[in-house]
Design a protein around this ligand. Structure first.
Ligand SMILES: [Zn+2]
Ligand SMILES: [Zn+2]
Length: 216
């Protein structure tokens, strides 16, 4: 048994939803954060006109950071996006009319805070229930991205060996494929094709999701 850094709460609905949503090969914390942010954006676009504190902050920060602004524009809710961004664009036009630089978001936004809250919540949930059989089986199949692995590790302090080994071995296996892939570039096209499978050729695509997390 490993030592718990946190008191263990009762299993609750978010735990069961989290475990049910785990998929092989995809970080479940990234997935849960993404779906929590989907709900938040839906609410922002639907309710935003009525939420004065949120609107005030949104306008004061000149909208969303680049990543979340693109996320908003990918949402298919044109009317909601137009309404929440109207003041920001008006301020931009006013600045330009006075020959001034446009007000810019400085890289942090209200959606960043929502995302950070959800990450803390779901990393905490993994840490709290790490030794439950459904959680372990789910994590053995899915694995965590490295940022979420690090977040859970910080919370549990003294993790079970399987948890470390699961993530170490995935990184080591990817490294070994990439080293082989690099070495095979010296070979003729035919010899390279014989030495590398299609998955081996494409393994480098797993670097960003593994090392930085999946797109939220
Ligand atoms: Zn993740
Ligand atoms: Zn943001």
């Amino acid at each position: 048994m490993f030592k718990r850094a946190r008191p263990k709460p009762e299993k609750h609905l978010p735990y069961f939803q989290f475990v049910k949503g785990m998929k092989a090969g995809a970080c479940p914390v990234c997935g849960a954060v993404r779906s929590s942010l989907d709900d938040w954006f839906e609410n922002l676009l639907y309710e935003s006109a009525n939420d004065r504190p949120l609107r005030h902050r949104f306008d004061a920060e000149h909208g969303l950071c680049a990543r979340h602004a693109h996320r908003l524009c990918a949402s298919n809710d044109g009317l909601g996006a137009a309404i929440v961004y109207r003041n920001v664009l008006e301020a931009t036009v006013a600045s330009l009319s006075r020959g001034k630089s446009p007000p810019l978001n400085e890289g942090k936004c209200v959606a960043c805070d929502q995302e950070a809250d959800a990450e803390t919540r779901y990393a905490g949930l993994v840490a709290d229930f790490l030794d439950e059989s459904e959680m372990r089986a789910g994590l053995e199949a899915s694995g965590l991205c490295m940022p979420h692995f690090a977040a859970v590790l910080e919370l549990v302090g003294d993790p079970p060996p399987w948890f470390l080994e699961r993530h170490r071995s995935v990184c080591e296996a990817l490294l070994s494929v990439l080293v082989r892939y690099i070495d095979c570039q010296k070979l003729s096209t035919e010899a390279r094709k014989a030495a590398l499978s299609f998955e081996d050729e494409m393994a480098w695509k797993r670097l960003a999701p593994l090392l930085t997390g999946e797109p939220i």
